[in-house]
Design a protein around this ligand. Sequence first.
Ligand code: GN1
Ligand code: MG
Length: 375
Amino acid sequence: MSLNLNKDKLDTILANFWIKGTLLHFSPLGQGHIHDTYLVEVEEANEIKKYTLQQLNTRVFQQPELMMANWVKVTHHLSHKLMKLEGEKAIRQCLRPVSTLTGQYYYRSSSGEYFRIYYYIDNCQTIETVSTPDQAFEAGRAFGLFQKLVADLPASEMHETIPYFHHTPYRFKRFLQALDQASVEKKTKAADVISLAFQFQPLISLVVDGLDSGCLPLRVTHNDTKINNVLFDIETGQGLCVIDLDTTMPGSSLYDFGDLVRTATCPAAEDETDLSLVVMDIDLFRAVADGYLSQTADLLTSSEKELLIQAGLLLTYTIGLRFLTDYLEGNLYFKTKYPDHNLNRAKAQFKLLESMQAQQREMRRVINDLLKSFD
Ligand code: GN1
Ligand code: MG
């Protein structure tokens, strides 16, 4: 999906929401791989008001109404709870949707495009890569708090917006299908990473087996806990608000912790091509686990705690498989900037996975120490 908004189109969209005033300015926002996101500035009664506008990717979210029903439910649940806990401060700690004139939270254009708007949270930034343990801690704390706040939301009330999203056996099957159809040229270029995809196959059923047997609890989870889905307060550095709530649906806490470990323990970018830089930093691992467990240690069951280390490997493997599959299929899913972008992302994920595997013993020590400290 390309960024294709112009002023006339935006005026029409805004006219459908409870927003009065004149459009001053709009610009692309963030680095998400799925939706198109903009910052929109409007002059209302001599004041500049800022909003976040998103055009939803309906190729990825094929039932946008169901996705929006989840999104509204979870944004309301979070704001209600945070208001109670934090009072006025909660305004900057959760997404606050703007309603349309007909009382919905999305607008469908005459050509079938879906848009939503929420209040922009000022003086915040997103970060693509982590550079200090404090940032890793704050990301862990923010997603841990999210987990805690949605713990009383019954999983049965949430729609499954993307079926089999983190189902690694399904992702592996899709990879095999893509491999079967791919050109010899692509398979040759990706040979190393394809071989790693087979090598790490034993990880596949780790969490799904536990969920199927009832050994691991099915919870409402965020499912996209990468570091750039947290807004950091520019002044205090606090992990203020969790964003990108579209994949919030039934899942495992291990998916959330695992994707945090994938994105908050490596100082290099997700698409770094100098693979010598792609390593898991054990100090960042300690910090992210500390932040996450500071909120969830009381909540997690012993079987979840037992798998915290493997979770990072599993999610890095699963997302790596998805990038590789998308490369083999011709870049149909993730936004890319150049033809081999998904291949480079996949290579970086598998390099990170190898680095995690080599440090499993240290990770175990860190988790055991932390669990003891929260006992
Ligand atoms: C996508 O939307 P964004 O960029 O936060 C993707 C995640 C992947 C991530 C990889 C709905 O997340 O599952 O882990 O890219 N979201 C969806 O960077 O597929
Ligand atoms: Mg995002």
